[in-house]
Design a protein around this ligand. Sequence first.
Ligand SMILES: Nc1ncnc2c1ncn2[C@@H]1O[C@H](COP(=O)(O)OP(=O)(O)OP(=O)(O)O)[C@@H](O)[C@H]1O
Ligand SMILES: [Mg+2]
Length: 557
Amino acid sequence: MSEKTSSTDDRAPDEPEAAPPRSLKRQPVDRSARARRKAAQQAAQRAREERKAELAARRAENREGGPRPGPRGFAGRGGGRSSYVEAPPEWRGTTVQVCGLWPFGAGSGTPMIGVPVGRELGGGAALCCDPISWFQRAGLIHNPSCLVLGKPGLGKSSLIRRMVLGLTGFGVFPMVLGDLKPDYVDLISAMNGQIIKLGRGLGSLNVLDPGETAAAAARLSGRARDKLAADAHGRRLNMVSALMTVLRGSPIADTERTALNAALRVLDERHHGVPTLPDLIQVIDQGAEQVRAVTLARGSEDRYRAAVDPLHATLLGLLDGPMGETFARPTTTPIRLDAPGGVCIDISGIDDADAELQAAVLLACWSDGFGAVEAAHALADEGLGPQRHFFVVLDELWRVLRAGRGLVDRVDALTRLNRQRGLGQAMITHTMADLLALPDPADQMKAKGFAERAGMVICGGLPMSEMGPLNEVVRMSAAEQNMIVDWSTPPSWDPNLNRDGEPPGRGKFLVKVGGRPGIPFHVDFTPAERDVNDTNKRWLNSSTRVISTVPPVEPAS
Ligand SMILES: Nc1ncnc2c1ncn2[C@@H]1O[C@H](COP(=O)(O)OP(=O)(O)OP(=O)(O)O)[C@@H](O)[C@H]1O
Ligand SMILES: [Mg+2]
């Protein structure tokens, strides 16, 4: 106290005035917060001291056991310290073999059931994935179907070709019922499968031909035979109605459908051999009694003609109108399910501007293909054939859905009934926006349902604008979204080659099953696959004149 007083008194006259006592300047503080801070600091200090003591004790213990190397070996002369630590070699084996190496074995995080599609991007582990194996054997998905999304040219079709190849090896029968580009012709023909060409002047398809169903029915008896025949009749009726709907741009009337049904029954009774559309038209034109009865003509020729004339006219349009002669003649090459490499219907010869023909041919191909599948199942159910599984590829789905009326409903039915029919299915399109851009709101909702019902969604590079709609279908983390958006970056210019480099997202995909974390992977072609996977062939051997950047050499004078 006395010291304090004397220091104040000893101040020189020119010395600045001392600061007022601290207690006068201090702001009111929250005492409990300060106490908490102090307690935390003391606890941290205590933990530091304990850790120090622990390390000191450990060092003392180590000194007793002799010197020990660090993680890279002994430092100093003669110590053999390694400046570079190599990653240990890794091998992959079956659990039967690897268990002998216990405890050095480590499980892979990726499923090993299905077609080997590539390597996981994080750890390089092989990834096996296809909708049929993940549904049937691994039980990882609830529906044997997948939807592949990604910007053009990033390798979507190549990924599905890999699945087709692998599944064919597992005994699944691949079916590409309408290859619009064509993307699958090379692969299916390399596997000795059947290639059917359809289009103007290329080949025709008779929608009244029962195809494989007739051969299967001949081997069946009783109720199984009756059911198959009834299904075949229903399919023909639906097919003719669908073609008429495409041609007219609006659904056909109930009365017309009834007349068509009666005419098909008459044709079944009277016609020998496989009927064609001209035979059906003849039955309607001649006015068979059973057809007249359902039109309520009551003996009046005029009433009969008034009822069937619109039907008659549209059927004539199917023979030689926008559809050309594609449906007017007997089937050029019927679908066979005994070709080991599957079947591919190549409709790339139909011009995109021919939307009606494209839609009609797609519908007819599906009807024909699924008819063959039903026939195979009917035989298997009776023990007359093996139980088979089929892998149906719907590539370029956006074009299929926009080709014409009725196609959305067909794909909708397919996505709902594939499990019952023993069909696995792959749908490929560029973006979710493709599915939501259909003109009819009801069709938009149905198309969104395809994505929602798909067992797995496989995403390649996509723009940021896609993340909203995609998140509504499968929940994506921020990291997954960033990865997918990065893959959609355009390739950078390679000044050495004087052209664009490889797109960064080519061959990279993320498999998503519901909200589970996705598995990112890269598809690597095997040498055998390279020839059948080049969809840029038209750009090789180009006739385009190359303008040389090297100045011409002046002739010597
Ligand atoms: N993993 C890959 N490694 C190397 N090249 C690839 C890979 N995947 C695809 N390609 C090549 O990229 C090109 C385009 O592939 P693909 O036709 O499969 O793309 P896409 O996504 O189906 O395109 P589109 O949307 O136009 O149908 C082909 O020439 C193919 O050989
Ligand atoms: Mg493609």
